[in-house]
Design a protein around this ligand. Structure first.
Ligand code: UFG
Length: 346
């Protein structure tokens, strides 16, 4: 293998992908981004060039275009793949299950085929705590029962299974890290990259950020009668830069030997309620943010937070940024968005 590992990052212009590109380059990896920009912006590549001090090579393609994907592998010759590219809106997945399975599962099959055909042996896969369905108890360990409550979650479970089947195949040389993210939030501290939801955000933190910026009138707090300390839902919010650094740690762990399969939770081990997140964001902004209590959102669980011990043991990684840094960084990014081509199109 090349001294300097070359890493193909699918979905590298997306939210978690872009932050991971920055950390990979800082750690000395060569990076090639693949993205079809179906839920990301081309101008993010310029921001990446600024942050990385060099252009980041990229190929615009859809993973379902197998000929284009194979040509990309032949040209780039990656040593490793970090696979982020996927659709991720839970509600949309209920409306469009075929599209979710075709895109997420189909794209992953094409990618794994290209890796096999081109002798690429290292895979870091973007999974989710959604594979635990409605958790029986918290903190959640990796050996907790699996199950999905919506088609998006099903696609993550299926993709995990396919990767495990490939790992178990006779003669397989694949080495894979399956990373189950809890609730990624925040932005790069430079304010240059962050989350860019299209339309009304599904997730709490971008909705809070847009409300703080005056783009939304008020936040709806979905349910205040859960059996939690203040009645609102509790989640494990992990700073996106911590998450990005975990991908670098996973790649190193795969490269440097040890287990051929790594499956770990990426969370902080701390739960925050919806009201606590709104309060933390208000501190970052310096004024209260309007919110009202409404009915529960169907499908939500009361609490979901990680036992992150295995990730620390296997990757030598643990989250270091707290919820206040997360909100301050998300707010810096939100404020800078008015100067971007995306804001101009709103
Ligand atoms: N919430 C609100 N108001 C909002 C949005 C969210 O009160 O406008 C609440 C939710 O009810 C929940 C918490 O804020 O208690 C977090 O909600 P998110 O939608 O931000 O995140 P979820 O935990 O529901 O979902 C996340 C990912 C999914 C993944 C799931 C399980 O977004 O992709 O975790 O791992 F499937």
């Amino acid at each position: 293998m090349a001294e300097r590992m070359k890493v193909l990052v699918t979905g590298g212009a997306g939210y978690i992908g872009s932050h991971t590109v920055v950390e990979l380059v800082a750690a000395g990896f060569d990076v090639h981004v693949v993205d079809n920009f179906c839920n990301s912006e081309r101008w993010i590549l310029q921001r990446l060039a600024t942050l990385c001090g060099r252009e980041i090579p990229h190929t615009e393609l859809n993973l379902l275009d197998e000929a284009a994907l194979q040509a990309c592998f032949a040209a780039v010759k990656p040593d490793a793949v970090i696979h982020f590219a996927a659709l991720k809106a839970v509600g949309e997945s209920v409306q469009q299950p075929l599209r979710y399975h075709r895109n997420n599962v189909g794209g992953t099959l094409a990618l794994l085929q290209a890796m096999q055909d081109h002798g690429c042996q290292h895979l870091v896969f973007s999974s989710s705590a959604t594979v635990y369905g409605n958790p029986e108890s918290c903190p959640i360990r990796e050996d907790a029962p699996l199950g999905a409550t919506n088609p998006y979650g099903q696609t993550k479970l299926v993709m995990e299974h396919v990767i495990r089947d490939l790992l178990a195949a006779p003669g397989s040389l694949l080495r894979a890290a399956i990373l189950r993210y809890f609730n990624p939030a925040g932005a790069h501290e430079s304010g240059l990259i962050g989350e860019l939801p299209r339309g009304v955000p599904n997730n709490l933190v971008p909705f809070v950020a847009q409300t703080a910026a005056g783009l939304r009138a008020e936040i709806s707090v979905f349910g205040d009668d859960y059996p939690t300390r203040d009645g609102t839902g509790v989640r494990d919010y992990i700073h996106v830069v911590d998450l990005a650094q975990a991908h670098v740690a996973a790649l190193r762990a795969l490269r440097d030997g040890g287990d051929r399969e790594i499956t770990v939770n990426l969370g902080t081990g701390n739960g925050f309620s919806v009201l606590e997140v709104i309060e933390a964001f208000s501190r970052a902004v310096g004024r209260p943010i309007p919110h009202k209590r409404v009915a529960r959102r169907p499908g939500d669980s009361a609490e979901c937070w990680a036992d992150p011990a295995l990730a620390e043991k296997v990757l030598g990684w643990k989250a270091s940024r707290g919820v206040d840094a997360m909100c301050a960084d998300a707010w810096r990014w939100q404020q800078g968005l008015s100067d971007t081509p995306t804001a101009a199109r709103r």
